[in-house]
Design a protein around this ligand. Structure first.
Ligand code: PEP
Ligand code: MN
Length: 337
C-alpha cells in the first residue's frame, strides 16, 4: 500500500500517522519529494482501513498495490487449485459440466433428469431444494424432501450432487451434499460464508447480482479464511441496463479471475441469459474464454417447470450442447472430467 502525504502538514501529524501504521505491525518506507512524501507500507495490509487513511487531512492519496485477499490470490498460490468431487476433478486442465433442473420437483422428475444428464455426459447433478424466489408466493422448493430426492438420484446414477444452502439453520441437512452452492443473493451473507467455510466441503460460490469481481474474491476469502480451500467461483451474469437477457454474462470474468486467483471458475449460462436458446452459444463462448466448467439447467419438461423453465434445456438440447463442448475442449487444452 502506498500513502501520499501532503508536504505542508505538521511534523507532529506526520509522526502520528507513521506511529499508527507501525502499531498495525507494518514497516514504513519513506520517500520525501518536493511536493509530497510517499510512504510505502510493507507487511500484511489486508486489515488496513483504506477509507480511514484517505479521510485524514494530511493524506493526499492512498493506493493498494496488493489485493486484500491472500488465500484466493494467485500471487501466493501460483498453481491452479484442483478440487476432487466423487472421483471427478474440477479446475486445472479439467472441464466439468454440472446439469440438472432449477428445482427438485418430484422423485420421478429428478431421477429422470439425472439419468438424462448422465447419459449426455454431465458429471455432477444440480437441483434446488431450497429456492430463493423473488416472490414469497412462488414455489419455494421441496426443502428437506428435495435433499432426500437428490440423494436418491445420486444413489441411482452415481452423480455427485450440488444444491443451494440458504440458511445456516439448514446446514445439518447438507452433510451428504457433495458441493454446497451459495447463490448470488447470498454472496455477501458473511455469516453464511463463515459457516460453510467451517464445513471444509467444496463450495460453489456464485457472483452476486451487482457485485464486482473483487467482491466475489473477498467472499471466497471469507470461506477460505475459515480453513476451507475448496471454493469454486461461478459467474452467473450481472445486472446491467440490458433487458433482452435476464442478466449480462460477464465473459471477461473468466480470464480476469484466472489472472487474479487459482480457484476454478465455472459459468452459468442459464441464469446469465434467462433464455434456453442462448445457453449453447454462451456455453461455447465460456469454453473459449478458458472456463473450468459449466452449470446448466436441464428439465425433462421445461414448459411445465416450476421454476426457470424459459432458460432450461430439454435433454436432447443438452446432449447436442455437450457434444459441441467436448469438440471444443482440445483447442483450449482441457480434458473432460
Ligand atoms: C440457481 O442456481 O438455481 C440460482 C438460484 O442461481 P443464482 O443464485 O445464480 O440466481
Ligand atoms: Mn434457476
Amino acid at each position: 500500500m502506498i500513502i501520499v502525504v501532503k508536504n505542508n502538514c505538521e511534523e507532529k501529524q506526520y509522526q502520528n500517522l507513521v506511529e499508527w501504521i507501525n502499531d498495525l505491525g507494518l514497516t514504513v518506507h519513506e520517500s520525501r519529494g518536493e511536493h509530497s512524501t510517499v510512504l510505502g507500507l510493507v507487511g500484511d495490509t489486508s486489515r488496513v482501513d483504506i477509507d480511514l487513511i484517505s479521510s485524514l487531512d494530511i493524506v493526499e492519496q492512498v493506493q493498494r498495490v496488493q489485493e486484500p485477499y491472500k488465500n484466493a490470490n494467485r500471487k501466493f498460490h501460483p498453481l491452479d487449485t484442483v478440487i476432487e468431487v466423487g472421483g471427478h476433478k474440477i479446475g486445472g486442465d479439467n472441464f466439468t459440466v454440472i446439469a440438472g433442473p432449477c428445482s427438485v420437483e418430484s422423485e420421478s422428475q429428478i431421477i429422470e433428469v439425472a439419468k438424462a444428464v448422465k447419459e449426455a455426459g454431465a458429471t455432477l447433478l444440480r437441483g434446488g431444494a431450497f429456492k430463493p424466489r423473488t416472490s414469497p408466493y412462488a414455489f419455494q422448493g421441496l426443502k428437506d424432501t428435495g435433499i432426500e430426492l437428490l440423494l436418491k438420484a445420486k444413489k441411482e446414477t452415481g452423480l455427485p450432487i450440488v444444491t443451494e444452502l440458504l440458511s445456516v439453520s439448514h446446514l445439518d441437512l447438507f452433510k451428504d451434499v457433495d458441493i454446497i452452492q451459495i447463490g448470488a443473493r447470498n454472496m455477501q451473507n458473511f455469516e453464511l460464508l463463515k459457516e460453510v467455510g467451517k464445513t471444509c466441503k467444496p463450495i460453489l460460490l456464485k457472483r452476486g447480482l451487482a457485485n464486482t469481481l473483487n467482491e466475489l474474491l473477498m467472499s471466497a476469502e471469507y470461506i477460505m479464511a475459515e480453513g476451507d480451500c475448496q471454493v469454486i467461483l461461478c459467474e452467473r451474469g450481472i445486472r446491467t441496463f440490458e433487458t433482452m437477457t435476464r442478466n449480462t454474462l460477464d465473459i471477461s470474468a473468466v480470464p480476469v479471475l484466472k489472472e487474479k486467483s487459482h480457484l476454478p471458475i465455472i459459468i452459468d449460462p442459464s441464469h446469465s441469459t434467462g433464455v434456453a436458446r442462448l445457453v449453447e452459444p454462451m456455453s461455447l463462448a465460456s469454453v473459449g474464454a478458458g472456463a473450468d466448467g459449466l452449470i446448466i439447467e436441464v428439465h425433462n419438461d421445461p414448459q411445465r417447470a416450476l421454476c426457470d423453465g424459459a432458460q432450461s434445456l430439454n435433454p436432447v438440447q443438452f446432449k447436442g450442447l455437450m457434444d459441441k463442448v467436448k469438440t471444443m475442449l482440445p483447442i483450449v487444452n482441457k480434458k473432460y472430467n
